[in-house]
Design a protein around this ligand. Structure first.
Ligand SMILES: *Cc1c(COP(=O)(O)O)cnc(C)c1O
Length: 418
């Protein structure tokens, strides 16, 4: 059993900095629920195995190609659904639009269930299986839930999912199709989170909440590892990531920090953490240097509508360590970014994903990111996940009669004909 953790050295509390053996529970026994644990690895040993040449020779394009950097056993059973290996696309027209020299989109909407959360859930189900828990549970605004349910289905586990009342219908539908027991909580995400916590404690289900489970951020960091490798080990100046709970941005940064520690990249990118104006407690904590203060979230970007982010500290530390910045954008800017991102790149981002692009545009306009800079925007989820918001952004088609009476007028208006 211990062979499973050949490269993991322990779990370190981000608050009191105590290092525990992997057998400890989800959070720090001393600090309680705020004591988020961080997985520590033996990078000296990993560095002798994970060289640029060895990685290039690996045929596995999924995120398990970085298995030495994941908290899973070398012979662990993995879900059959493929995760990671998502495209990194250069988007010159979009770069010009937001005012950057170079911009890439990392399209994580192309993961198995349509969001970056698959990177985390895939590790979650492996841990659940390893710990012999037949049921995995999670509270989520949508993507973590549908991802957890999909990965559980792929692995033959049962899933119990708590969603807040206003989770978008397509995400809830995904859950039902994947066979999850779906509990729609009449309340906020925070209410759903609390109920899930209590239920996991009571019935011994494996808890996939990335706010407390130390292993999920490890899956998310593979987005950073992939970006590094896809850019031929020369990261862009900036990497923009939208922030809800804070686990994703912290994970992506950890990926880059590890690539640097392993000598695979010469320098790390700066991280731009982007929040929606109506749900920005992490930005507030970043700017003030004070502990996070919970807020009542108000944004159409449901995936980042988090009022009590559990990973705020990890996120603040990550962005600061990267020499980066945090910025907020309005819902109007998010909808606009959905529209111009689609039009200029062919990539359909859900609101929380377009938030990263909107953040870059705002950061360039404010002079926080230079116009000569290069950047990656992490597209964390597919636009079809929230069609209602997309329709608000996209507008309406032209309704025309079958004889095409108004056709020429429309085509002229669209400048498609003279
Ligand atoms: C979860 C999610 C985020 C933010 O990740 P956090 O870990 O909550 O900060 C951003 N975009 C999408 C689409 C997500 O599903």
């Amino acid at each position: 059993m211990l062979r499973c953790y050949v490269f993991v050295q322990g779990l370190k509390c981000l608050f009191c900095e105590t290092v525990y053996p992997v057998r400890v529970g989800y959070t720090c026994p001393r600090c309680g629920i705020v004591g988020i644990l961080d997985v520590q690895y033996d990078y000296a040993r990993i560095g002798r195995i994970l060289t640029r040449r060895r990685l290039a020779a690996r045929s596995d394009q999924s995120h398990w190609r970085y298995r030495e950097l994941l908290p899973i056993g070398s012979n662990a059973a993995l879900p059959a659904l493929s995760v990671g290996g998502t495209p990194l696309t250069s988007t010159p027209a979009l770069a010009r639009h937001v005012g950057l020299a170079k911009l890439f989109l990392k399209d994580d909407g192309r993961n198995a269930t349509g969001s970056l959360k698959d990177r985390a859930s895939s590790v979650g189900v492996v841990k659940a299986r390893e710990k012999r828990r037949p049921i995995i549970a999670c509270a989520s605004t949508g993507n973590a839930a549908s991802s957890c349910a999909g990965m559980a289905a792929s692995m033959g586990l049962k899933s119990v999912i708590f969603v807040p009342e206003r989770a978008p219908e397509p995400k809830v539908t995904q859950l039902l199709i994947f066979g999850a027991t779906v509990l729609r909580v009449r309340g906020s995400y925070e209410d759903a989170f609390q109920l899930c916590q209590r239920s996991c404690g009571k019935w011994g289900w494996y808890n996939r909440n990335s706010g407390i489970n130390p292993y999920l951020v490890e899956g998310k960091k593979t987005a950073g590892l992939e970006i590094g490798e896809q850019l031929a080990w020369e990261p862009t100046d900036w990497v923009a990531v939208s922030v809800g709970d804070g686990c994703t941005v912290a994970g992506v940064w950890k990926g880059f920090r590890e690539l640097k520690a392993l000598g695979l990249i010469p320098r790390t990118p700066r991280i731009l953490g982007v929040q929606a104006e109506g749900a920005a407690p992490v930005t507030a904590a970043f700017l003030s240097g004070e502990p996070m203060r919970p807020i009542e979230p108000a944004t159409l970007a449901d995936s980042i509508a988090v009022g009590v982010p559990r990973n705020w500290k990890r996120a603040v530390l990550a962005v600061r360590e990267s020499g980066g910045a945090m910025i907020n954008v309005s819902d109007g800017e998010i909808l606009e970014a959905m529209r111009y991102t689609g039009r200029l790149s062919g990539i359909f981002a859900e609101p929380a994903a377009a938030t990263a692009v909107a953040g870059l545009q705002r950061a360039v306009a404010e002079g926080c990111v230079g116009r000569r800079a290069s950047a990656v925007a992490l597209i964390t989820g597919n636009g079809l996940k929230d069609v209602q918001s997309a329709r608000a952004a996209a507008g309406q088609p032209y309704d025309i009669a079958p004889d095409g009476a108004a056709l020429e007028e429309i085509l002229r208006e669209r400048k498609l004909i003279e």
